[in-house]
Design a protein around this ligand. Structure first.
Ligand SMILES: Nc1ncnc2c1ncn2[C@@H]1O[C@H](COP(=O)(O)OP(=O)(O)O)[C@@H](O)[C@H]1O
Ligand SMILES: [Mg+2]
Length: 311
């Protein structure tokens, strides 16, 4: 990743979103972070949920006094100073507590500064826990890295929100990638599901853009290829739930023209709830539980990709 310095390439940036609240994003971030740190990687977990910060609880860290909210409010400019140690070696944390309820989200320019500062933090992995919804700030956070995770629970509401989330993330990327003012306008129009031009899917939009501006059409395809969300099904109870990841992949390909990876699933496990209640990461408190084993499997996949990239 281009951080300017050849000495430190910067952390692998992994934003974790999903559109819906309560599907297990913070739970997944906390436990992936712990597994990766335990395997010897330097990990920073960042709570990016400025309106519902609770990653500290999933990690078992007392509510820190300083947080990302201080950066948002221009009280602190150095993200390093917001890093707190956790009981787990190699794992540091930036909280999002004590935000300003009136203006929880940073301005666009502050967001850009934040993302630049995050890339300079000293770590191998930076996991970024996103809030719910598809607010432009959330979509910008999802763009901090090419390998964003979308956490989905096997229920229709979560699946619907995941599609909206993936669509919103893609359109936001696309709008930034388009050079021509006219084509940006077409993308903005397409973001309204009921637009009168009848553009319903990213593929409709591609055809529209290709027809009027082949150069931008090519840029569209490049953006499409570089966007590759990664699916995690959490709270799976049946074989059908496990298969859901594959059907979401198919829908993304067929209707959006977007390729995605199904990274894995995590079982429904009562120990998960219990660990949160005890304010301990599941993988530490109940390392032999089903959910802990499946989370470790996903972490291994992520770590193996880094090893592969390094050789
Ligand atoms: N695999 C699972 N099995 C059982 N309960 C889970 C599982 N994953 C998450 N939970 C429960 O769901 C709650 C909400 O998860 P959380 O990570 O806070 O969601 P989000 O960050 O998406 O809003 C957790 O506190 C935990 O009790
Ligand atoms: Mg959360």
């Amino acid at each position: 990743m281009g951080s300017g310095s050849s000495l430190s390439p910067g952390p692998r940036m992994i934003p974790v979103g999903g559109g819906k609240g309560g599907v297990g994003k913070s739970f997944v971030v906390a436990n992936l972070a712990v597994v990766l740190a335990r395997s010897g990687r330097r990990v920073i977990a960042v709570d990016g949920d400025l309106e519902g910060a609770n990653l500290h609880t999933c990690l078992g860290v007392p509510e820190p006094r300083n947080s990302l909210a201080d950066f948002v409010a221009y009280r602190e400019d150095e993200l390093e100073k917001l890093l707190v140690d956790t009981p787990i070696p190699n794992l540091q944390f930036i909280a999002a507590t004590h935000g300003n309820l009136a203006t929880p989200q940073p301005s666009h320019s502050r967001r850009v500064q934040m993302l630049r500062a995050l890339r300079r933090l000293p770590a191998d992995f930076l996991l970024f826990d996103l809030g719910a919804g598809t607010h432009s700030a959330v979509m910008d956070y999802f763009m901090i890295g090419e390998e964003g995770l979308v956490v989905i629970a096997p229920e229709p509401t979560s699946v619907e929100n995941a599609y909206s989330f993936i669509r919103a993330a893609f359109y936001r990327r696309l709008r930034l990638a388009m050079v021509s003012h006219d084509m940006r306008k077409v993308v903005a129009l397409a973001m309204d599901q009921h637009n009168e031009r009848g553009i319903r899917t990213p593929l409709d939009l591609l055809h529209e853009i290709e027809a009027s501006d082949p150069h931008e059409g090519r840029r569209f395809i490049e953006t499409m290829k570089s966007f590759r969300p990664r699916i995690v099904i959490n709270d799976a109870m049946t074989a059908e739930d496990v298969k859901l990841g594959f059907s979401i992949q198919t829908v993304c390909r067929k209707y959006f023209g977007i390729e995605s990876d199904y990274l894995g699933y995590i079982n429904h496990d009562e120990n998960a709830r219990q660990a949160v209640r005890e304010r301990r990461p599941l993988v530490d408190r109940y390392p032999r539980s089903d959910a802990a084993i499946y989370i470790s499997r996903i972490a291994k996949k992520l770590a193996a990709e880094s090893d592969f990239a390094r050789t």
